[in-house]
Design a protein around this ligand. Structure first.
Ligand SMILES: *[C@@H]1O[C@H](CO)[C@@H](O)[C@H](O)[C@H]1NC(C)=O
Ligand SMILES: *[C@@H]1O[C@H](CO)[C@@H](O)[C@H](O)[C@H]1NC(C)=O
Ligand SMILES: *[C@@H]1O[C@H](CO)[C@@H](O)[C@H](O)[C@H]1NC(C)=O
Length: 587
């Protein structure tokens, strides 16, 4: 993170200690500019030149905290770059200017009110920091077609303050964002490499014909499209009318967590737990479930992947390499085709979004991806099997003063079956999901040593067949997202806390796909091991360091892509990419 001592506004009470540490450690690196990166997916940008690239939005964000509206622009598409496109990539470039601390923020991009990217920004005090986010947005082709037809807007939101509200005397930091779209036509030279998560590849062979935003209509008082979820029982809804000839439907949920739930994944279970190094202070356990409803009926959910924000745990661990998913936050797909029978009557229906076990607050939106049958005016559809018991949750906690442990086990099994009769025949879709979850928090040594361990596994099957047993397609997705954090703290003078952390987390997705008898398998393994030290004061890091090893591996029948990045002391030490995994020895 290149926290340069000279650039900090140091709380005066803290100064003597700060100087002490500075003199012990000497000065940190003082690069004038620093690129932050998220070494996750294979490069989304194909090596060839796009047919056209459009700079959609250029904006300086400063002093836009709370209540600001998203920035919106009208879009103009070049005439010589018509649909269809083989791939469309969103590029978001950021740079930081000004001299003040930039805390990590959440930001998003929308097309006509449908969210297409949720991202978080690095925690930085480096005025020369910059970074880029690339996302394959081909799955939003229907929105892009409307946009290119001259009827659409692109919006972006970033709540950026100029650091703490008490710092009137400091000039504001500015985050400058440029949003571009790159459109590709023709065969892509490197098309065997998928640039979206395997789950997206599996469910989205062909992009949907329609993408309907499930979001807050832009409120007149200037809030954004996000629904704000204040807690467990909060479930905002949006009213939608869907075409009567829709034959397939997938609901994609975007989520980020804030305030009391910013560290939900490390939460112990107990109501009066003393404040500690993780700054949680709220203790309702580390289990959350994102879910959706149709007219009040639960239609599926996911335990979210714990994206660690760039300012979380120890900001030095995420400088300059972001935590898994921080720059392109994962979205969660629910296959809701079995429920089309509830939706295709041409009437308005209420789609609800919520987070079970949550505290204030989460920001959610969703996109309803719909495939429509152009040869039919109205499909017939019916839900025939519905098994959706709530997660079986088993909590256990034992605390004595500042020491103890808590554990939450959860298991769930869902099954939905429904048929849709269209010009493609009478196709029955079966969705089955099994989740296994465990969160364990152990605190020892009078609250100064803590361990967090999370097991988060999901097995999901979506099968479609016609008639008795003619298989149309089948996908199986296995997700495994473990997290381990070990932390010890030492209380220092002036209320400061010196914190040592080791962390390991991973996102693995294994996809088996049988699509019209063509069978394929792909495996994605994204892993990070990090350790470091940070001195925190008033919730702000004032000194520290860390090292992070990242390894991203994607393998299918044709490809093996591996990228390993080692970062230490605020700089990348080693960054090796291999298009065939054998060239690099795995970490
Ligand atoms: C905007 O209006 C909504 C609905 O009336 C309200 O819940 C929200 O707090 C308001 N936001 C602001 C920033 O005033
Ligand atoms: C976008 O287009 C609308 C309708 O044509 C117009 O009212 C609005 O002023 C335009 N906005 C910008 C930023 O040009
Ligand atoms: C579609 O198939 C299901 C199960 O095979 C059957 O119960 C239903 O009546 C069929 N629907 C139509 C419109 O044929």
């Amino acid at each position: 993170m290149h926290l340069k001592p000279s650039q900090f506004s140091i709380p005066s009470l803290f100064l003597p200690l700060f100087l002490l540490y500075t003199s012990i450690q000497g000065t940190l690196a003082t690069d004038a500019s620093l690129e932050f990166l998220d070494p996750t997916l294979p490069p989304a940008l194909p090596s060839q030149t796009p047919k056209c690239s459009v700079l959609v939005l250029h904006q300086d964000f400063a002093g836009t905290v709370s209540g600001s509206s998203p920035v919106t622009t009208n879009y103009t598409h070049p005439g010589d770059c018509p649909a269809p496109w083989t791939r469309v990539v969103l590029e978001l470039s950021f740079s930081v200017s000004g001299v003040h601390v930039q805390k990590d923020r959440v930001a998003a991009v929308w097309i006509d009110g449908a969210e297409i990217l949720r991202t978080s920004t690095p925690f930085t005090i480096n005025p020369g920091a910059f970074w880029k986010v690339h996302k394959d947005i081909t799955r939003y082709t229907s929105l892009l077609r409307r946009l290119s037809g001259g009827r659409g807007t692109v919006s972006m939101m970033l709540e950026n303050s100029d650091s703490d509200s008490d710092s009137d005397s400091n000039p504001p930091g500015v985050l400058t964002a440029d949003v571009s779209l790159h459109f590709y036509r023709g065969a892509l030279s490197d098309k065997s490499i998928y640039t979206a998560h395997p789950s997206v590849k599996g469910l989205y062979r062909e992009p949907a014909d329609l993408v309907v935003p499930i979001s807050q209509e832009k409120a007149s008082n200037g809030s954004s499209f996000w629904f704000q979820i204040g807690g467990n029982s909060d479930m905002p809804t949006a009213s939608v009318v869907i075409p009567t000839n829709a034959y397939r439907a997938v609901l994609e949920i975007f989520a980020s967590y804030h305030a009391d739930d910013e560290f939900w994944y490390a939460n112990p279970l107990q109501s009066e737990y003393p404040q500690g190094g993780l700054r949680e202070g709220r203790a309702n356990g580390g289990l959350r479930q994102l879910y959706a409803t149709i007219d009040g009926k639960f239609v599926g959910g996911h335990i979210p992947f714990a994206v660690i924000y760039p300012g979380s745990i120890n900001p030095y661990l995420w400088s300059p390499v972001a935590a898994i998913g921080a720059f392109d936050m994962p979205t969660y797909d629910l296959e809701v085709t079995p429920f089309l029978g509830l939706l295709v009557d041409g009437q308005p229906h209420e789609i609800g979004l919520g987070v079970k076990h949550s505290q204030s607050y989460w920001l959610l939106t969703a996109n309803l991806h719909l495939w429509v049958d152009r040869w039919t005016d109205a499909v017939e559809a019916m839900l025939v099997d519905y098994r959706a018991p709530p997660l079986r949750v088993n909590p256990h906690a034992e605390w004595r003063d500042q020491e103890g442990s808590s554990e939450i086990d959860a298991e769930g099994l869902l099954r939905f079956i429904g048929w849709v009769s269209s010009s493609k025949g009478n196709v029955t879709t079966m969705v089955r999901q099994k989740v296994t979850f465990k969160s364990q928090v152990v605190v020892q040594n009078r609250g100064t040593v803590r361990q967090v361990e999370v097991v988060n596994k999901e097995a999901m099957t979506v099968g479609a067949h016609r008639g008795k047993n003619q298989v149309v397609g089948r996908l199986q997705l296995f997700m495994d997202a473990p997290l381990q954090v070990q932390m010890s703290i030492v209380n220092a003078a002036g209320g400061a806390v010196l914190q040592n952390t080791r962390l390991y987390h991973q996102l693995e997705e294994v996809l088996n796909l049988n699509d019209n008898m063509a069978v394929s398998t792909s495996i994605l393994t994204d892993r990070q091991d990090a350790e470091g030290t940070v001195l925190m004061h008033d919730g702000m890091p004032v000194w520290g360091g860390g090292s992070t090893k990242s390894s991203y591996k994607y393998r299918d029948e044709n490809t093996c892509y591996l990228r390993t990045v080692d970062a230490a002391g605020g700089a990348v030490k080693n960054d090796v990419t291999s298009p065939s995994c054998s060239l690099v020895s795995t970490a």
